[in-house]
Design a protein around this ligand. Sequence first.
Ligand SMILES: [Ca+2]
Ligand SMILES: [Ca+2]
Length: 168
Amino acid sequence: MELPLCWVWILLTVNMPPQFQLPNYQVSVPENEPAGTRVITLKATDPDDGEAGRLVYSMEALFDKRSSDFFEIDPQTGSITTIQALDREVKDTHVFKVLVIDNGTPQRSAASYLTVTVSDTNDHVPVFEQNNYRVSIRENVEVAFLHFCPPSLPPPSNNLSTPRLSIC
Ligand SMILES: [Ca+2]
Ligand SMILES: [Ca+2]
């Protein structure tokens, strides 16, 4: 079946929307890495040639605007990097809505969601709450049991920050 010429023209000039591969992405980045650390590249595809297929990326922080202070996206490539070192003990998760828009007429866009989890490194020395502790125990105790409240530490995410106590 032959299509009328006007339909062929419409089919050839319709601007198709860009598309991300996945509706959401998750990535883990270690804390304390220097600014400029690569996080992930969210690359969308667009079947159109020319301006209708030229894509511009942007992203916005969800839930906490402070997340925008830590990450940036390259508008041309979709590459996301850190702006400053991350601190898991300050904020351990950042969530973004990532947008891509083409330059066709009318412009078409797509969105995806990115969750960045900040992984822990052992960057805090354990600290005692007091300089001195006094403990009284009965004499002739065969098996001594010492109960010691752990010092003030950030909540441990793994065994990196589990304090161990030894007595000399
Ligand atoms: Ca397009
Ligand atoms: Ca840490």
